[in-house]
Design a protein around this ligand. Structure first.
Ligand SMILES: Cc1cc2nc3c(=O)[nH]c(=O)nc-3n(C[C@H](O)[C@H](O)[C@H](O)COP(=O)(O)OP(=O)(O)OC[C@H]3O[C@@H](n4cnc5c(N)ncnc54)[C@H](O)[C@@H]3O)c2cc1C
Length: 389
């Protein structure tokens, strides 16, 4: 177990202690391996997890939550991610894609109808941002919403819509005014995944295999204007929701997953290096190996400081666009360095399914891509710091 001296509130330390016990008991390595192979997560274990109240950590008390405690919610992601994405993935779909976004951006009606179920852990949202021709350049989404009376008729396709097949709604970015400049044309809507005209096909992928991602197609899907995130007044104002506190916190949620995966990689390599004997001594006694481990653990600690500094700012409601972008950029990129170093330490066994390293490397390699690539974070930061050529 990698210990730290970074101070934190007593209730968060207690939450970690409970989560570690829960994860050790309910998500052992043999089950993790099965879930990874099957691209799935354990519904029954997730249901038990929700009974600890953790889904309410992003939801105000008035709507059945515990009041927003961003640092605690980030710690939940970290602890769950130490056992892979199988519990932290669905937790994010509930507490962050759902609880955080609806608390920050939803209309009063949406808050009343969705937040209690999200706080209980009874509802999931999927993210519908990417499209076949749209990755980082989100303002170019082509999925079209045509206004007809008090309805929006949606046509188009989303790609990489993770969890669309088991989520209740897609939190979806569409273009509702193609004749307007892009920034005045975007709208976020909540599309029920069971609505008539919604179809989907799974995409095979090597990382984050708590589920399959999906290609989702919308064929004349009709939703009421009240399904616009924030209510009808937010028609064509979706661009403003791509910035702000919910987005800042989203960067933290990806960073927290990465930190949890990286921590598990360091812990596994650390233990392995003390047990594996070559040339008459544990490989941890060979300087080339111990230096890799020491460097990885030092980088890990730097990641922890960046993550929780940004989380505390976000939790206090302070401006944190810079700190959250730096945390996402640094932790995702350093996570790859940690993955590759720990993989080397474990030699052939890092490539075997008998250990978690294989999966943690696959997951860590993807983290600079998902949730706003490292290049996009650099672009954000250059803009925020007004770095001009
Ligand atoms: C397992 C998985 C799950 C995912 N889940 C979801 C989900 O639930 N919902 C969702 O909407 N999306 C999801 N995604 C998509 C993910 O968010 C995108 O992959 C990500 O936004 C990057 O888009 P892209 O891969 O199309 O890259 P592109 O935007 O095509 O970029 C390709 C490369 O070019 C670089 N690049 C592009 N433009 C610039 C620029 N202006 N300056 C510098 N560099 C640039 C990028 O950094 C990247 O390295 C998922 C992806 C994966 C793999």
């Amino acid at each position: 177990m990698i210990e730290t001296t970074l101070p934190e509130a007593a209730h968060i330390s207690e939450l970690r202690r409970q989560l570690r016990r829960f994860v050790n008991e309910k998500a052992p390595r043999d089950l993790r391996r099965e879930w990874d192979k099957a691209h799935t997560f354990p519904r029954d274990v997730f249901r038990e997890l929700t009974r600890m109240g953790v889904c309410g950590l992003t939801v105000p008390e008035a709507y059945g939550g515990l009041g927003q405690d961003i640092e605690a919610a980030v710690a939940v992601i970290e602890e769950l991610s130490r056992a892979g994405p199988f519990l932290s993935g669905p937790y994010i779909h509930c507490a962050f894609y759902g609880g955080m976004n609806i608390s920050e951006n939803g209309s009063d009606e949406q808050k009343e109808s969705l937040l209690p179920a999200l706080a209980r852990g009874d509802m999931f949202l999927a993210y519908g941002l990417s499209e076949p021709d749209v990755g980082g350049d989100l303002s170019s989404v082509r999925t079209r919403g045509r206004i007809e009376g008090d309805e929006i008729v949606i046509n188009g396709s989303k790609r990489w819509c993770t969890g669309a097949d088991w989520s209740d709604y897609i939190y979806c970015l569409i273009n509702t005014a193609p004749d307007q400049p892009k920034r005045n044309a975007l709208t976020f809507v909540l599309i029920p995944t069971r609505a008539s005209g919604v179809s989907m096909t799974p995409i095979e992928h090597s990382n984050l295999r708590y589920t399959a991602s999906c290609d989702v197609h919308f064929d004349d899907v009709r939703i009421p204007m009240s399904a616009i995130v924030g209510g009808p007044a937010m028609l064509n104002k979706g661009w403003s929701l791509l910035a702000g506190r919910a987005l800042d916190v989203e960067k933290l949620e990806v960073a927290a997953c990465t930190f949890g995966f990286a921590q598990a990689a360091v812990e596994e390599a650390w233990t392995y290096a003390q047990e594996r004997v070559q040339f008459g001594k544990p490989i941890a006694g060979h300087q080339a190996v111990s230096h890799k481990l020491v460097t990885a653990r030092t980088k890990l600690e730097a990641c922890r400081h960046m993550l929780y500094h940004a989380a505390r700012l976000a939790g206090a409601g302070s401006p944190c666009a810079i700190e959250t972008s730096m945390a996402k950029l640094f932790i995702a990129d350093v996570g790859v360095e940690i993955a590759l170093a720990c993989q080397q330490v474990m030699g052939a066994y890092a490539l075997s399914d008998a250990y978690d390293m294989n999966r943690n490397v696959r997951d860590l390699l993807g983290m600079p891509i998902v949730g706003g690539s490292s290049d996009m974070q650099r672009n954000n930061l250059a803009g925020l710091w007004r770095l001009k050529g």
